[in-house]
Design a protein around this ligand. Structure first.
Ligand SMILES: Cc1cc2nc3c(=O)[nH]c(=O)nc-3n(C[C@H](O)[C@H](O)[C@H](O)COP(=O)(O)OP(=O)(O)OC[C@H]3O[C@@H](n4cnc5c(N)ncnc54)[C@H](O)[C@@H]3O)c2cc1C
Length: 387
């Protein structure tokens, strides 16, 4: 078995770099502990998960307000009821939505009528204010989707994961997931710096001209790369950027995610990583990350726009030193409705395909599609006629 990896390390979109003692994931990412594949593949204790608090702290244009999940944290009830993020009716609708997604199983939710996230939110009757202040910044960050056009099936499944589990990061960074998986492979299997430019049957042609013959090929790249190698339709791309700050005199604190509920700039959310996972920075330093999903992620003025936005949030009180700007043209595939959550992993004779473009665009989807591809390979080896 050979794993040909184009870049200098394993993990793709799930990697962590150590820079002057700061742990920087490749973009701001979180792990939802309710992902079914998580416990299947990892010993949770080894990951040393550091958890965010449920809910959010929201910038409303003139002040911050907090919304929590009173079902899990009764302490959050007063601030959630009093928050001016939406009306009491909105908060009751939110509780109804949480109950509805908790009731359904994931396969049942994936069979529900599909529409855009925006249409679904409208159907549920939320007010414009609640959408603008809470749902839009939260889901544009998670789905990399400022227009809320992603399939409502994905929206409801993510909502379920948020409602039944926690949002977390491993203490050593998201990249530890990829490293643990690679460490489980025999020596010599993973070969970095090996860029496949073309497939001819089950022969891979590499950028340096070498040809690698195989009995079976599994293409485990992101959607656009897989489309090119296997001549499949391109699943489209949702860009995203992240700006990592050393916030020396940080004005913001807390284990809740900060959301921009006032459309005050391209940043939709911000996390004070070191309040959640102190291991992400040297002792005494504060690491914050701003997430910018959608076309704004690619704007040349990105960093200065985000700085202006932070200045609006906290005029003059903080020092934000940029550590790194990650610009990721392909953050996730588009996944518009109608959304098929289980696209085939077979791609012709002895050729298979996996990745987040086959299932939901998430670490869960990537892991699940990998398992489905492996099962298909084994099944076809045992009964070749079914291929
Ligand atoms: C900034 C950001 C935030 C995200 N946030 C979340 C989140 O909070 N929660 C969540 O669940 N998901 C999140 N996601 C999505 C999640 O990271 C992806 O869905 C998942 O990592 C996809 O994994 P994959 O293995 O399918 O593809 P990839 O991670 O893209 O891996 C593909 C690999 O193939 C290699 N490759 C590509 N082409 C070739 C070639 N021709 N030859 C050889 N090797 C090649 C690449 O170098 C790469 O290592 C986020 C993504 C981004 C970018």
């Amino acid at each position: 078995m050979q794993l040909l990896e184009a870049s200098d390390g394993v993990g793709g979109r799930v990697r962590t770099d150590l820079l002057d003692g700061f742990r920087l994931d490749r973009g701001f990412q979180i792990l939802l502990t309710a992902y079914p594949e998580l416990t299947r593949w990892f010993d949770i204790d080894v990951l040393q998960l550091r958890r965010f608090q449920a809910g959010a702290t929201i910038w409303t244009g003139s002040a911050f307000t907090t919304i929590g999940d009173p079902l899990r944290s009764p302490r959050d009830l007063p601030s959630t009821v009093l928050s001016n993020v939406g009306s009491l009716a909105d908060k009751l609708r939110l509780l109804r939505l949480i109950a509805s997604v908790r009731r359904g199983s994931v396969p049942e939710i994936m069979r529900r009528a599909d529409m855009s996230t925006h249409q679904k939110i409208e159907q549920l009757g939320f007010s414009q204010r609640f959408v603008k202040r809470f749902l839009q910044p939260l889901f544009s960050g998670i789905q990399l989707d400022p227009n809320l056009e992603v399939s409502s099936r994905r929206f409801e499944v993510i909502f379920r994961m948020l409602a039944v589990g926690d949002s977390a990061v491993p203490a050593m960074g998201m990249g530890v997931l990829s490293e643990l998986m690679a460490n489980g492979l025999p020596d010599g299997v993973v070969q970095c710096g090996r860029h496949v430019v073309e497939l001819d049957g089950t022969t891979a042609l590499l950028a340096d001209g070498e040809r690698v013959d195989a009995r079976i090929i599994v293409v485990a790249t992101h959607g656009p790369n897989a489309a090119e190698l296997l001549k499949l339709p391109d699943p489209g791309s949702r860009p995203v950027s992240a700006i990592w700050f050393d916030a020396t005199r940080e004005p913001l604190h807390g284990k809740k995610i900060f959301l921009d509920g006032a459309e005050s700039g391209p940043m939709k959310n911000l996390a004070v990583m070191t309040d959640v996972a102190p291991e992400y920075a040297p002792v005494g330093r504060t690491l914050c990350v701003a997430a910018i999903p959608g076309p704004a992620a690619l704007a040349p003025s990105l960093e200065s726009d985000v700085r202006k936005q932070l200045e609006r949030w906290h005029p003059g009180s903080a020092k934000w030193e940029t550590i790194r700007v990650d610009v990721i043209p392909h953050g996730q595939p588009l996944q518009l409705p109608p959304f098929d959550p289980r696209r085939t992993v077979r791609a012709g004779d002895n050729r298979y395909v996996c990745g987040d473009h086959r299932d939901t665009a998430s670490t869960q989807g990537a892991l699940f599609s990998g398992r489905r591809a492996a099962a298909a390979v084994l099944a076809d080896l045992q009964s070749p006629h079914t291929n």
